[in-house]
Design a protein. Structure first.
Length: 261
């Protein structure tokens, strides 16, 4: 996954994910509220980043919760304030089978960065206990809004999509999630759409933060650093302008159960 992941990691990446977790808190929280977890569920947060959702999951079960991510810096930061029932491991989704079995596997904004997302779904299905739940959230990145429209925002969306496609990832995977889960052997698959948006708040910070995070990938496509700097500055101005209405990408939340149990 590291070769197809276009967003910078480390401390800056962790800071960006913290803002993203704030922007997604209501949408993800309401999704988790819909799910009937066993009170002692064993849970995996795959691609956990800084562990924001891992901690939320740990508050919903007395069972063990595992956060898994390739970024050593993010995992180290996540482990500093880990709940007693949470543990963090460095590694890719392939480790899920070794760490399981799990009653619940959750992955937010992971599959869109993979070159073979169906392989990840297959691993998760095998790592689930019979009757276990797979729960995923991911983007349709071209489906953003910014009103009034501005060139910097259009550049941001176009460059992100192009950069991800160049590395073999699928930034438009969101609507495909139900089909992926069904073909992966999950049953009773269901899904819904969410799209956080606002005139103020962390949602509006994400465009500038993400464009800064993908600057290396964008420059590799021939975009000049000066153009990038100008666009990031304009997105910061949009963030601070309460008359500009901005959103995250349209997000599909999908879930399904492993047969048995």
């Amino acid at each position: 996954m590291s070769e197809s992941y276009i967003i910078a990691g480390g401390m800056a990446g962790a800071a960006r994910l913290s803002v993203l977790s704030q922007a997604m808190a209501q949408a993800t929280g309401s999704l988790l509220d819909m799910m009937d977890f066993p009170p002692d569920a064993r849970i995996l947060d795959a691609g956990c980043g800084g562990g924001d959702v891992t901690r939320e999951l740990a508050a919903r079960t007395t069972g063990p919760v595992t956060g898994l991510d390739l970024d050593e810096v993010k995992i180290s930061m996540a482990g500093q304030d880990a709940p007693a029932n949470a543990a963090f491991h460095v590694g890719g989704f392939e480790l899920a089978e070794d760490l399981g079995p799990f009653d619940v596997i959750y992955a937010r904004f992971l599959l869109s960065h993979l070159t073979e997302p169906a392989a990840a779904v297959a691993v998760f299905a095998r790592a689930l206990a019979p009757g276990g739940l797979l729960l995923v959230e991911d983007v349709e990145f071209s489906a953003h809004l910014c009103e009034p429209s501005r060139l910097s925002f259009r550049h941001y969306v176009q460059w992100y999509v192009a950069s991800a496609h160049r590395r073999g990832a699928d930034p438009e995977i969101g609507p495909k999630l139900p089909g992926l889960l069904g073909r992966g052997g999950l049953r009773n698959v269901d899904a819904r759409l969410v799209q956080p948006a606002g005139l103020t708040g962390p949602v509006k910070a994400m465009a500038a933060l993400t464009l800064a995070g993908i600057s290396e990938a964008v420059e590799s496509m021939g975009v000049s650093r000066e153009t990038l700097i100008d666009d990031i500055a304009d997105l910061v101005r949009a963030r601070d302008d309460p008359t500009v209405f901005m959103s995250l990408p349209r997000i599909t939340q999908a879930w399904g159960w492993k047969p048995g149990g």
